[in-house]
Design a protein around this ligand. Structure first.
Ligand SMILES: Cc1cc2nc3c(=O)[nH]c(=O)nc-3n(C[C@H](O)[C@H](O)[C@H](O)COP(=O)(O)OP(=O)(O)OC[C@H]3O[C@@H](n4cnc5c(N)ncnc54)[C@H](O)[C@@H]3O)c2cc1C
Ligand SMILES: NC(=O)c1ccc[n+]([C@@H]2O[C@H](COP(=O)([O-])OP(=O)(O)OC[C@H]3O[C@@H](n4cnc5c(N)ncnc54)[C@H](OP(=O)(O)O)[C@@H]3O)[C@@H](O)[C@H]2O)c1
Length: 432
């Protein structure tokens, strides 16, 4: 197993409870991955002020609630402490080999894997579980904006933003690029100390509040049994009622219906724009030594540009000819199983509307069923047809973007997985 972030520890628990022999290699000295601020693995994208934007109820594992003293949207320190507590509560810590980076995982010709670490060791395994996270390898604008090499100010990616340098934004003109959650948080933060803050975007987004009708929005019950089109209509109407049109705030009108992009959640951005503390702008067109010019021809003086342009899905330890995710796209059966390589599994490699953790938990027990022969995959042709149908639906619904390559709806994924596991259990019984 590779990785003991929130996805990896769910897999460690499932494997341990079911008595599998396994190793879990974790590059850091701690569990929690992204949620360990300034994680010594260099892979955390957390910043000092980060709070979760999926509610605690949505994020917690099924058998380990977050403490009742936690707020609805806890700080990253709470979240990291929760993962630590999970590992200790279930006695998992000793099952993780810390401070050990997997440098290579090579598939043996007859199946199985040889896994090499930075400790100079290589060991053989029957199967490989990959839980290395997908929000740590920064994706800078591609291609870089003309003039980026002439710009005299600071350019950084949100991955490198920690919120710790009090002078980074102070009294400076700051351009924040992107309409995802990193851009919302960082633009708001900059706006309290910067001389001017601009929020540049190549397309608009529907900005969703954390609360609706007095409760965390993602705890308002929805059902996968209700057709998606109807759910979307109801949610869209509620948003329209509570927030209104994005253009009214000076933001670009989204070029897609509500629900066709990964949710942008912020209670603060619209208010900061409404107060005149953040100025919306279209995409960056060019940088000069001291200015940023935008796609509408306007330009502003700027001393800092923060690229909140998302992440690349990468597996530095795998042979890219065997497995890679060009443009973040790695087709998998139900985001877990590789259609051609039966002894590799992925945990947490999905982008849910809802939190990743309970889904990683569900994927982990599913993998154990497959390892134990209690779940049998569909025949290859059926698996491929299923993947194709799933991908067609996803690409049809979502705006074409490298951030929309592994989207799932939480409830739908849980329901569909349950059904598929039942079918696979029947196949296993028939094969026995
Ligand atoms: C700023 C930010 C905020 C977010 N907020 C939310 C949120 O509110 N709710 C939500 O559901 N999701 C959120 N996410 C998504 C985030 O991906 C998940 O919260 C979560 O971190 C996923 O856990 P993971 O274990 O899959 O990956 P990670 O947390 O990235 O953990 C991966 C682990 O694998 C280890 N690892 C990687 N490569 C190797 C290797 N070669 N050898 C050994 N170990 C290795 C790393 O050291 C790390 O510990 C956020 C993401 C970001 C960037
Ligand atoms: N508070 C929180 O809990 C929190 C905070 C931060 C991040 N997160 C999570 O972390 C993950 C990553 O979020 P993120 O905001 O860092 O990345 P993201 O969701 O991938 O968003 C990237 C943004 O950058 C834009 N972009 C990408 N390339 C561009 C280019 N070349 N030129 C102009 N714009 C470009 C994208 O536009 P397009 O849509 O057009 O591609 C999108 O608006 C998400 O799961 C998010 O929910 C959570």
């Amino acid at each position: 197993m590779i990785g003991a972030g929130s996805s990896g520890i769910a897999a460690v628990k499932a494997l341990q409870e079911r008595g599998f022999a396994f190793d879990c290699f974790e590059a850091s000295d701690r569990v929690g991955g992204n949620w360990v601020f300034k994680n010594r693995n260099g892979m955390s994208s957390s910043y000092r002020s980060l709070h979760i934007n999926t509610s605690r109820e949505r994020m917690e594992y099924s058998d380990f609630p977050m403490p009742a003293s936690y707020p609805d949207f806890p700080h990253h320190t709470h979240i990291a402490a929760y993962f630590d507590a999970y590992v200790d509560h279930f006695g998992l810590r000793d099952r993780i080999t810390f401070e050990t980076l997997v440098t290579r995982a090579d598939r043996r010709p007859g199946g199985g894997w040889e896994v090499s670490t930075d400790k100079g060791e290589t060991r053989a395994y029957d199967a490989l579980i990959v839980a290395n996270g997908h929000h740590w390898d920064p994706r800078w604008p591609e291609p870089a904006f003309p003039g980026h090499d002439r710009f005299a100010g600071v350019q950084l990616h949100s991955h490198h933003y920690t919120g710790e340098d009090p002078d980074l934004f102070r009294d400076r003109a700051v351009v924040v690029l992107g309409m995802g959650n990193s851009a919302m948080d960082i633009a708001v933060e900059a706006s309290f100390v910067a001389r001017r803050t601009y929020l540049a975007a190549r397309r608009g987004a529907w900005v969703i509040p954390k609360y609706l009708f007095g409760r965390p929005l993602d705890t308002i019950p929805t059902s996968a049994r209700v057709p998606y089109a109807l759910r979307r209509r109801v949610q869209s109407a509620a948003l329209k009622l509570v927030v209104g049109d994005m253009e009214r705030y000076g933001l670009p009108k989204p070029d897609h219906p509500f629900g066709s992009a990964h949710p942008t959640v912020s209670d603060d951005i619209l208010s900061r724009i409404a107060h005149g503390e953040i100025t919306p702008k279209p995409n960056i067109a060019e940088l000069t030594e001291r200015t940023v010019r935008f796609a509408d021809g306007s330009d502003v003086e700027a001393e800092v540009v923060v690229y909140c342009t998302g992440y690349k899905v990468t597996f530095p330890f795998l042979d890219p000819d065997l497995i890679s995710a060009p443009d973040n796209d790695l087709p998998l059966f139900r985001r877990v199983f590789h259609p051609d390589i039966p002894d590799i599994y992925f945990v947490g490699l999905l982008q849910p509307i809802g939190a990743i953790m309970p889904l990683a938990e569900l994927q982990s027990t599913w993998i154990c069923d497959h390892l134990a022969g209690r779940y049998v995959l569909p025949p290859p042709a059926a698996m491929r047809a299923d993947m194709e149908a799933e991908r067609r639906a996803m690409f049809k619904r979502y705006v074409a973007s490298k951030r929309h390559t592994m989207q799932v709806d939480f409830e739908d994924y849980v329901l569909a997985t349950g059904r598929e596991r039942a079918r696979g259990a029947k196949r296993a019984a028939a094969a026995a």
